[in-house]
Design a protein around this ligand. Structure first.
Ligand code: U5P
Length: 225
């Protein structure tokens, strides 16, 4: 299979870089890459939010702040590159076509952000579409997709299996609420729908066993076109 992994910044660098976690997923990714073609997109997380927040003091320019966020995602990507060693392409990939080329070299391409105006969730969905990936695995700080926000509603139910259409609906609803960020951003959900991409959305606990996750063994949500 050809698999794209979307590793949320809040998972990789919650406050400080989670070195043990980075080590663990690097090990899993190398193991997976023995049988599959692998590409990874890394997010910016809290660090990016802090920098963007600080920049607000100096400029109202949203696009400028997005560029700051992109730099942070690329710093996080460099950490994963360091952890993957020889198996990773040593530069952060900025173009989907280059990611394809790196896969042909039997190396793992690692991306962060690409352009202002969206998040790395959208990057990973576009990369999966461009590479015609068989699977997109989204690792986020919630352990799957719920029918309502589990941080606010104790009765929220995790959904084992949904369609891309349902994912779009849930993501749009979460995004329309002030300050609310859904489990996957709405644009990414749209790309998953457009690309008919089979997607697993899993939490950090499952991510320690990514090798099992790609074989369908996880407690997250399956998005099945
Ligand atoms: N960002 C972009 N374009 C990208 C990826 C990220 O502008 O392709 C910026 C956004 O401001 C985003 C921040 O909120 O970097 C951190 O990325 P993420 O962790 O939200 O994916």
């Amino acid at each position: 299979m050809r698999i794209v992994f979307d590793i949320g910044g809040s998972v990789l660098v919650p406050e400080d870089p989670d070195v043990e976690f980075i080590k663990a997923i690097a090990y899993e990714l190398i193991k997976i890459s023995e049988d599959h073609e692998v590409a990874v997109v890394v997010g910016g997380g809290k660090v990016a939010r802090k920098y963007i927040e600080a920049a607000k003091t100096f400029t109202p320019n949203e696009t400028f702040k997005d560029y700051i966020g992109i730099h942070i995602t690329r710093a996080n990507a460099m950490l994963l590159i360091a952890a993957l060693g020889e198996k990773a392409y040593p530069f952060v990939i900025q173009d989907f076509r280059k990611a394809w080329e790196v896969i042909q070299l039997k190396k793992i391409p690692i991306m962060g952000g690409t352009h202002p105006g969206h998040t790395t969730d959208a990057v990973s969905a576009l990369l999966a579409e461009y590479l015609q990936a068989d699977l997109l695995v989204v690792v986020t700080n919630v352990d799957g997709v719920y029918d309502s926000d589990p941080r606010k509603n104790p009765n929220a139910k995790k959904l084992d299996r949904i369609t891309p259409e349902q994912l779009v609906e849930i993501a749009m609803e979460a995004e329309s609420k002030a300050g609310g960020s859904g489990v996957v951003d709405a644009l990414a959900a749209k790309f998953i729908q457009r690309g008919r991409i089979r997607t697993y959305i899993v939490g950090k606990k499952d991510a320690y066993h990514l090798f099992d996750v790609v074989r369908g063994k996880h407690s997250g949500t399956v998005v099945e076109p």
